[in-house]
Design a protein around this ligand. Structure first.
Ligand code: GAF
Length: 384
């Protein structure tokens, strides 16, 4: 994580004011992909890449947001917040102000400095980190606060209602509620969760394919729509199935022939992924790492073949990891179509594993990957 003292001095120099400073992490999802918007299960962990925000009040009614990453400043009027997103990085922080205003909060002028090290467009939830850290900062400025799950919902609404990305709750939830050394088995229906301890001898090795990932593009909403179309077919026979969370593989056997072939494939992924995610938490809990690895491998195949959410580079990254010493399990993580793979690796092998994977991947694809040895971190909070 970047040094908060540096952000403080950036903020002071730019705005001549002392900021309150907050942090929100990115995330990696161990298993449970495209199940969140089906009200199913996910098992993410917050990671030690994060976005920092410094905030101080202003008296001129302006909201001035500076991004150290983009070296760019953007100004808004607090009394006339934008009605629509501008396809710009500032959509995320100003979207938070818009959603909070819609909740009845009076939004004052403020200066906000942002600086993060969550790799952008890599499927590690840089945008969720940006939303959550901004929400914490603005809420503290106006003397309000929300429980973590409510904060996560508000930030999800920034994506859904302001930015225009039809994502689920996973990324905002884990950024707001992550716990050091733990993954969370999250039930996306009622937002209850179970802490899943990650043993100290397991490293989270995150391998970036360097293929850009975006959930705003066409593929994410298309897959979501296809899976929801399958659910509608099941619901026409069995009304107790509002979401694929409620469906079974037997439902697909009975009524799959009424679905478009792609819809059937998407639904098979989502339904089986829910089962795998719950099973993976149990395997982790009883220390059955072989079973955990098997479930991750199965999840990747399902994501790649049935959901068609992978890409040649991510498939290669997973395949090339298979026989490396120390690997417990590998799969593509996050929204898909690029981004990163998550590799659970025995800590003592993590460095050699990363080096070998990087050179194999470069030799196979001609792309130099970025590989990070991460650990599960705490959720968003204020920094002293
Ligand atoms: C992206 C979305 F933002 C999440 O809500 C989730 O659907 C994920 O893709 C896929 O599991 O990260």
């Amino acid at each position: 994580m970047h040094d908060p003292a540096v952000l403080r001095s950036i903020h002071r120099a730019r705005f001549q004011a002392e900021p309150a400073v907050f942090v929100a992490p990115g995330r990696v999802n161990l298993i449970g992909e495209h199940t969140d918007y089906a009200e199913g299960f996910v098992m993410p962990a917050a990671i030690n890449f994060a976005t920092l925000a410094g905030i101080s009040p202003r008296t001129d009614g302006k909201i001035v947001i500076y991004s150290e990453n983009f070296k760019e400043e953007k100004t808004f009027e607090a009394a006339a917040l934008p009605a629509a997103a501008g396809k710009h990085w500032s959509d995320y922080p100003i979207g938070v102000a818009v959603i909070l205003a819609g909740e009845g909060h009076a939004i004052p002028g403020f200066s906000l400095s942002l600086w993060g090290d969550v790799p952008l467009g890599s499927g590690l939830s840089s945008s969720a980190a940006l939303e959550v850290v901004t929400a914490l900062a603005v809420l503290s400025l106006i003397g309000a606060s929300y429980p973590g799950p409510v904060l996560a919902r508000l930030c999800q609404r920034v994506e859904n209602e302001f930015v225009g990305a039809n994502c689920g709750i996973m990324d905002q939830f884990i950024s707001a509620n992550g716990k050091e050394d733990h993954a969370l088995l999250l039930d996306c229906r009622d937002l209850s969760f179970k802490l899943a301890p990650i043993p100290h001898n397991i490293a989270l090795v995150i391998a970036n394919t360097m293929v850009k990932h975006s959930i705003a593009g066409g593929d994410y909403p298309t897959r979501r729509a296809e899976s929801e179309a399958a659910c509608a077919v099941i619901a026409s026979h069995r009304p107790g199935v509002p979401f694929l969370r409620d469906a079974t593989l037997e439902d697909l056997e009975k009524w799959g022939h009424e679905m478009a072939p792609k819809s059937l494939m998407r639904a098979r992924h989502v339904i089986s992924e829910n089962l795998r995610t719950v099973a993976a938490e149990k395997a982790l809990e009883r220390g059955d790492l072989e079973e955990l690895g098997r479930l991750m491998a199965e999840a990747h195949t399902s994501y790649s073949k049935d959901f068609e959410g992978s890409c040649a580079e991510a498939d290669a990254m997973v395949e090339l990891a298979q026989d490396l010493p120390g690997l417990i399990g590998a799969r593509l993580t996050g929204g898909g179509f690029g981004g990163c793979t998550i590799n659970l690796v025995e800590q003592s092998h993590a460095a050699a594993f990363s080096e070998a994977l990087a050179s194999r991947y470069a030799a196979r694809t001609g792309i130099v990957p970025e590989i990070h040895i991460c650990h599960a971190s705490g959720g968003a909070h204020k920094l002293d």
